[in-house]
Structures are given as structure tokens and as C-alpha cells.
Design a protein around this ligand. Structure first.
Ligand SMILES: C[S@@+](CC[C@H](N)C(=O)[O-])C[C@H]1O[C@@H](n2cnc3c(N)ncnc32)[C@H](O)[C@@H]1O
Length: 224
């Protein structure tokens, strides 16, 4: 994990900034609406095919995606490494009807969670992978998400082969700009195969303007 980024989210100021991020600018409001629509389609599609009882949202941040999860999953655990963000997420729940609230909060790092294998029907992890500096840690993170899911995993990563990253790579070679912290589809496929999962869907947030990709993985029926 990148220490500076972690420190930022784990500070009062950083937590407040992230909580307001999607309200401050109209461009962010549009991005948020677009992303929520995309995720709603993905999770709605999963819920039509499987019965989802439990989900983990890690990292949950200030709870941006909780209302969407609660539409499809009765029991949702919210987790994050940042104590200030967990506090903000919990406080926001006070004004929400009981049935729409989270069913628990946990402070955990997504690189090594305290959960047993296959604990959740759905593990959701949005906008964390691209903050993990070390390539081997990014791979370990994907393994950990798959380990604790009994059925489905949905996560985002910055795609090495996205247009945005390929342009960045060109600028890196020419001008020495910093590389993005990416993954390749082939790397995710390999881990999925090893852990008894298969890629169900892979959808870019935007083909032109974002390198982020949503990926849906399903545990292979008939395997441990
Ligand atoms: C960009 S935010 C995304 C939050 C939420 N998923 C969303 O989409 O609104 C990144 C989050 O990752 C959390 N975080 C950073 N490192 C983490 C780690 N190793 N384990 C769990 N959470 C972490 C931060 O505290 C922050 O809440």
C-alpha cells in the first residue's frame, strides 16, 4: 500500500475531503452517477442469478455504495482501514431507516482480512487497487478478495491495456512521468483460475476518459 495515500485517507482532513469529493464539482457528480449506474447493473445482474445473503464492502470509504448494495443484499458489512472514514460512514447511518443500514463495521486492511475462506456471497472492492504501489501486493489483494468470497467478487483496477494507461506509458518512456499502478487482465485471469473462479464480466468505466475497469468474478460451480 502506498504509505502517503493511506495516511491521507486515515487523517481527519483526508477523510472529510473524500466524503465531499463527489459533491464538489459537477464533473465528479456526473462520474459518480455514471459509476453507480454501471455498478447497479452489475450487482442487479448478479442478484438475478444468485441468492445473495451477505456482502462485504471493502473499502467502504464514507459508505457511498452502501445504499446500492442494500437494494440487493440483506446483510452488508462495511470495512475500511481509515478510522475517520468509518466514523463518518457510521454517523451517516443515524438518519437512515434501520433496514437500509449497514449490519456491521470492521477496520481491516484488504491485503489481509480477518475473515475465513468463503465468508461472503459477494465481496465488493471499489477504487482501492490503483492505490496499491507494489505489484505483488496488488496481486495478493486480488487473491485475498477471492479467498473470502464463496460466490462473487466485484472489484475495480486500473487496466494496463486501457487507452489512458497506454498514453501514460508513452509519456513515461518519453518524459519520465510516473507510471500508474495497474493490473493486466491476464494476471487476474491467472489468479481466478488458480482460485477456482472465472471472469464473468469486465467493463471499463469509460473507454476514453478512464483507465478504471470493473471486473466481476464468479466462483466455479462444483469447485471448493
Ligand atoms: C478512493 S476510496 C474508495 C472508497 C469506496 N470504495 C468508494 O468507492 O467510495 C479508497 C479507500 O481505500 C481505503 N484504504 C486504503 N488502503 C486500504 C487498505 N489497505 N485496506 C482497506 N482500505 C484501505 C481508504 O481509507 C479509502 O476509504
Amino acid at each position: 500500500m502506498d504509505e502517503e495515500i493511506l495516511k491521507h485517507y486515515n487523517s481527519e482532513q483526508g477523510a472529510q475531503n473524500y466524503t465531499r469529493k463527489f459533491e464538489k464539482k459537477w464533473t465528479e457528480r456526473v462520474n459518480n452517477r455514471h459509476e453507480q449506474r454501471l455498478l447497479k447493473g452489475l450487482i442487479g445482474g448478479i442478484a438475478e442469478r444468485s441468492s445473495l445473503e451477505t456482502a462485504l464492502d471493502l473499502p467502504c470509504g464514507y459508505g457511498r455504495l452502501l445504499p446500492l448494495l442494500k437494494q440487493h443484499v440483506p446483510r452488508v458489512i462495511e470495512g475500511d482501514w481509515s478510522l475517520p472514514l468509518l466514523r463518518i460512514a457510521r454517523e451517516a447511518q443515524k438518519s437512515v431507516p434501520t433496514q437500509n443500514r449497514a449490519d456491521g463495521y470492521v477496520r481491516a486492511t484488504a491485503l489481509a482480512t480477518p475473515f475465513a475462506d468463503g465468508t461472503f456471497d459477494l465481496v465488493l472492492s471499489v477504487r482501492l487497487c490503483h492505490h496499491i504501489r507494489d505489484h505483488s501486493e496488488r496481486l495478493a489483494y486480488v487473491r485475498e478478495l477471492l479467498r473470502i468470497s464463496g460466490q462473487w467478487v466485484v472489484f475495480t483496477y486500473f487496466d494496463y491495456h486501457s487507452l489512458k494507461n497506454l498514453l501514460r506509458e508513452a509519456r513515461r518512456k518519453l518524459f519520465g512521468v510516473k507510471p500508474k499502478w495497474t493490473l493486466k487482465a491476464s494476471e487476474i485471469n491467472k489468479i481466478a483460475r488458480e482460485m477456482g473462479f472465472a471472469v464473468d464480466r469486465s467493463v471499463p468505466l469509460s473507454r476514453l476518459f478512464s483507465g478504471h475497469r470493473y471486473i466481476v468474478l464468479r466462483k466455479n460451480p462444483g469447485r471448493g
